[in-house]
Design a protein. Structure first.
Length: 732
């Protein structure tokens, strides 16, 4: 017997949620980007016929909030995609059904052959099969959240035009914590945010629940994101006060059915700022007690609270080193406070101090020696590269270097260093590049992905975090194409073995069109877009050449309070050559990598040219593999980057009419901005480096449009997302 028959609110619960979700849908204007990749527009007729046949009836397990969300999404998707309104039945009554549930909530599926043990807590199966002689679709999992993920997977198959005749999907995440980190301030500004204000309206919480929160949760769940940190790592203690915890609890209630836990950033000095203590020393019993009571208070309101994310002793934030203690002392104190409740601490390794010989080395120096001294509910959150989310960096040397410590990966979706929201840069290839890189930590094949998913060195916590690019802009991410970075992050966090090309294709099909010609051209644009940005901003391993506000080029920037914030520190261009010597003759940062990797990066000849100037100071006339001199090659890369953007523009303009004009026009305008700014990057960089190289441009290459002084004088004090001091940073 179907247990739904025994349920107290079998159909009404689904019906209510369905009505609610349709209301939300009707608030969004067509094709303004609000619906993201969950548009559910009608699919082609051939597939439609085949699909409609198998969707006469939905037979669902006993309703729970999560299962109700799954059935609601399924109904909404089928209605939009197929024009079908399948009946929701408690038992199989018709010829064609979708069975959706867990073995507990829908006992009839127990008899079906499913590899339940391979699904784990969040995995799912989506299968076409014959049930009692009838064509049937099965969406099943061990848990309700797995069923919701399976539902989105099924809808993705439909949306991307795949046949339903022989579906055999079994998918389970390898990484347990898949989290979005918002750098949002309580007053709604967003640090490095390019998509409007923060979506979190703390002022109106907990009494007003913006419907956006539900759509945010749907979008996250659709790609398997299961955690959110709504507040900035440059934290405010206020978020830990009782009123704000009440507001957070309201968000947690909204997100719970979608499998999303809330976390908080914890300001290390909170015991002083809001607790009335004289110290925040992690070894002080009163401080420990304060955090324990704070954790108890949080869990009293939010029983499934995820834990704390901490930025400590970094960029002026307080931390345990203020008291002569280590990062492990600080992290363990918080971990102990959370342990009884099952919470975790994500402690960031993004640290650097003024005056070190190489900013790239400092995270490793602080953390490597602490390997083995962290509690098992602590993970060290490590940025993909050793500096700071640059267009290209080598992998962070901490990956694989702390076998006794969980290390999670942090990538940035908001494109602080990649042209903000107006540059089309798909980050899938960047994330894929780092995940696939071999650290050699335990011999060949020790990829970053294997470090992060715990298959190299097993750990209780495995995780990936993405710095969110979401804001209150109607299209969520400030540009239509930046939605792909949210989407792609979630998909790769769920399954690091996916290719970013396949992800781009899914996204294009769901977001724009299934037309093969459109898909092919747009996917090609996306796949080349990251390399284009590397070329016009920081080719051949150059890094951090932007202005202090992080908008536009400023390779001349120097001085100020922190050398490691200036371009000249990183490029080190002089009469002889360019690049940062990180070999044994320089900072010897190469020694932080495993011997095989260190040997490769130490050798001028063996270092991949895409990272050449990261590791070596190279003479201007050095012969590159192409036979060109370094100087000529540099100019060629900058120029090629601009050309790639012009090509993207042309491709996009050839697609006019293929999609709605509203989104088409915005993308066109943004590509025009990107082309203008790519040229700015090229010309300003060449103009500056030419004052060091004293060489002519290779023949046939256009001179820069203006001379250096023109570029140096450009100043944009009110750049979005910048830290407040940026407005006073116009002079070099
Ligand atoms: C949240 C970079 C950014 C900062 C950011 C910091 C971090 O330095 O420019 O805005 O602060 O990274 O990751 O903590």
């Amino acid at each position: 017997m179907n247990s739904a028959v025994n349920g107290k609110r079998p159909l009404t619960a689904y019906a209510c949620l369905l009505v609610a979700s349709l209301c939300i849908a009707s608030q969004s204007r067509a094709e303004d980007g609000y619906e993201l990749w969950l548009r559910y527009k009608p699919i082609g007729t051939r597939q439609l016929e085949a699909s409609r046949e198998s969707t006469t009836e939905i037979v669902a397990g006993t309703p729970s909030p999560t299962l109700t969300a799954a059935v609601s999404e399924l109904t909404r998707g089928l209605f939009g995609l197929l024009g079908a309104s399948p009946a929701i039945a408690p038992t199989v009554t018709k010829d064609r059904s979708i069975l959706i549930g867990t073995p507990r909530s829908l006992p009839i599926i127990r008899q079906l052959e499913v590899k339940w043990d391979q699904l784990g807590a969040e995995g799912y199966v989506v299968r076409s099969l014959t049930y009692e002689g009838h064509p049937t679709i099965l969406i099943a999992a061990n848990s309700d959240i797995g069923v919701l993920y399976g539902t989105f997977s099924f809808l993705r198959l439909l949306q991307t035009g795949q046949s339903l005749q022989n579906i055999q999907v079994l998918s389970a995440p390898r990484v347990r914590y898949r989290i979005l980190d918002h750098w949002d301030n309580l007053g709604r500004s967003v640090e490095r945010g390019y998509a409007g204000e923060s979506i979190w309206d703390w002022h109106k919480l907990p009494d007003y629940i913006d419907p956006r929160y539900i759509d945010y949760a749907r979008a996250c769940a659709s790609v398997g994101i299961n955690g959110t940190v709504p507040n900035n790592v440059n934290a405010s203690s206020v978020s830990l006060t009782s009123p704000y915890l009440g507001k957070l609890a309201a968000l947690a209630n909204v997100f719970r059915p979608y499998g999303i836990r809330v976390y908080l950033t914890a300001k290390f000095s909170a015991p002083i700022e809001i607790g009335g203590l004289q110290t925040a020393d992690p070894l002080n019993p009163s401080v420990q007690d304060w955090w324990r009571r704070k954790a108890d208070e949080i869990y009293g309101l939010i029983p499934d609270f995820g834990g704390f994310l901490v930025k400590a002793n970094s960029e002026g934030e307080p931390g345990p080193q203020d008291y002569g203690r280590t990062h492990a002392d600080g992290a363990n104190m918080l971990a102990d406070a959370l342990a009884a409740h099952g919470g975790i601490v994500m402690w960031r390794a993004f640290v650097y101090r003024a005056g070190g010989d190489d900013r790239a080395k400092q995270g490793f120096e602080d953390f490597k020696r602490l390997d083995g001294s962290f509690r098992d509910n602590v993970t060290i959150q490590v940025k993909n590269g050793p500096i700071d989310f640059q267009p290209r960096e080598p992998f962070h040397p901490l990956f694989g270097a702390m076998p006794k410590t969980s290390t999670m990966l942090e990538v940035q979706l908001t494109k602080e260093y990649l042209g903000f929201a107006t540059h089309l840069v798909f980050l899938g290839p960047l994330i894929e590049e780092v995940l696939r890189t071999d650290t050699y930590a335990a011999g060949p094949g020790s990829t970053v992905a294997k470090v992060v998913d715990g298959s190299l060195f097993p750990h209780r916590i495995t995780g990936i975090a993405g710095v969110a690019n979401v804001g209150s802009d109607r299209n969520w991410t400030g540009s239509h194409f930046d939605q792909a970075n949210w989407y792609g992050f979630g998909r790769l966090a769920w399954d690091a073995s996916l290719s970013s090309r396949a992800i781009a294709e899914e996204w294009v099909r769901m977001t724009f069109s299934n037309d093969p010609a459109f898909v092919g051209r747009v996917v090609a644009m996306m796949m080349g877009s990251r390399e284009a940005a590397v070329n016009y901003m920081t080719p051949l391993g150059l890094t951090h050449q932007m202005s202090r506000s992080h908008y536009g080029p400023a390779p001349w920037s120097t001085g100020g309070p922190e050398a490691g914030w200036t371009s000249t520190y990183f490029a080190r261009a002089d009469e002889k050559g360019i690049g940062f010597d990180r070999t044994v003759t320089g900072s010897n940062a190469v020694a932080q990598y495993a011997p095989q990797v260190a040997a490769e990066f130490s050798s001028l000849k063996r270092t991949p040219e895409r990272l050449l100037l990261w590791f070596h100071h190279v003479p201007w006339d050095y012969r590159m593999r192409s036979g060109n001199t370094l100087w000529d090659e540099l100019v060629m890369h900058y120029t090629h980057g601009v050309q790639s953007v012009s090509d993207m523009r042309q491709t996009w303009s050839s697609l006019q009419g293929a999609i709605d004009s509203e989104r088409f026009e915005q993308v066109s305008s943004f590509l025009a901005i990107q082309e203008k700014e790519a040229k700015w990057w090229r010309d300003a960089s060449i103009a500056y480096f030419q004052t060091r190289s004293h060489r002519l441009l290779p023949s046939g290459f256009e001179p820069t449009e203006h001379d250096l002084s023109y570029y140096e004088a450009l100043c944009f004090p009110y750049v979005p997302g910048a830290r407040p001091e940026a407005s006073s940073l116009c002079k070099k």
